[in-house]
Design a binder for this molecule. Structure first.
Ligand code: SF4
Ligand code: SF4
Length: 261
């Protein structure tokens, strides 16, 4: 039996069928921010703590919708604590060839051309509610759990990379090489696609994602929690301040929100 590469133990399912999103058309409609995403560069803050461990053998609950709120006023330019934590926790190491290195989260520098003000933003898989990566996957390897976490099952991924082309956030990487020193929590397979799992094993254990905990030590730009719980810290924060989604016009309904963008 194939096991979910991201630690998913049930509750996965493909979203309702809809026309595949064409990446070129997505990029054609991209605004200034999307153009900036393709450039170098980002920071975040986060708290959480309200999550509880999911009992083993119990499927992911559709009553949950895990998400992040990133306050860019608290995300320092030059800080890469989230990136380092993600790489360390998931065993992502440099190959010496940056063009083939995995990048599950990256810092992007955003500059307002009118004022010259710069912002630094962490960008990872947006764990879309209507994920085009899932829609285009021919094998079902790209999947969305019942609680909204989007994963790749490496056991059935054939490495076609359709999902990489469909993702408007450039959030997925292809594994070009064998990796002998993998982390148990993040198995990696040459010839398959991977991306941010929202640290699904940590979430299932009732913890914050690794980037969120690292960010909290730097000032706390990231809040992780259950978007479906009106009493969660993230839901309260989302009600308290204006926030935006990256490329909201694409209607893929990301679980990641940004404040002060
Ligand atoms: Fe899929 Fe990309 Fe959305 Fe993540 S950000 S769920 S990889 S389309
Ligand atoms: Fe990486 Fe986990 Fe943060 Fe996703 S949630 S970017 S896998 S540290």
């Amino acid at each position: 039996m194939s096991a979910c590469s991201g630690g998913c133990s049930g509750g996965c399912g493909k979203s309702a069928a809809k026309p595949a999103t064409d990446r070129r058309s997505l990029l054609r409609t991209a605004g200034a921010f999307a153009a900036t995403l393709l450039g170098p560069g980002v920071t975040l803050y986060a708290f959480g703590g309200e999550a509880k461990a999911r009992p083993q053998n119990e499927p992911a609950s559709p009553t949950k919708r895990w998400g992040l709120l990133i306050d860019l006023n608290k995300c320092k330019i030059g800080c890469t604590a989230c990136v380092t934590a993600c790489n360390d926790y998931n065993g992502l190491k440099s190959s010496g060839l940056p063009e083939i290195d995995a990048q599950w989260i990256r810092k992007v520098t955003l500059r307002d051309p009118r004022t010259g003000v710069e912002r630094s933003a962490p960008v990872m898989c947006q764990h879309c509610a209507d994920p085009p990566c899932v829609d285009v996957c021919p094998t079902g390897a790209s999947m969305k759990r019942a609680d909204g976490i989007v994963l790749v099952d490496k056991h059935i991924c054939i490495g076609c990379r359709y999902c990489m082309m469909a993702c408007p956030y450039k959030a997925r990487s292809f594994v070009h090489e064998e990796h002998d020193d993998q982390k148990v929590n993040a198995p990696r397979g040459k010839g398959t696609v991977e991306g941010c799992t929202l640290c699904v094993d940590r979430v299932d254990a009732g913890k914050n994602p690794a980037c969120v905990d690292a960010c909290a030590r730097e000032g706390g730009a990231m809040i992780f929690g259950d978007l479906n719980d009106p009493e969660s810290e993230i839901s309260k924060a989302l009600r308290a301040m204006p926030t935006v989604k990256l490329r909201a016009d694409l209607a893929v309904k990301p679980a990641i929100s940004y404040a002060n963008l």
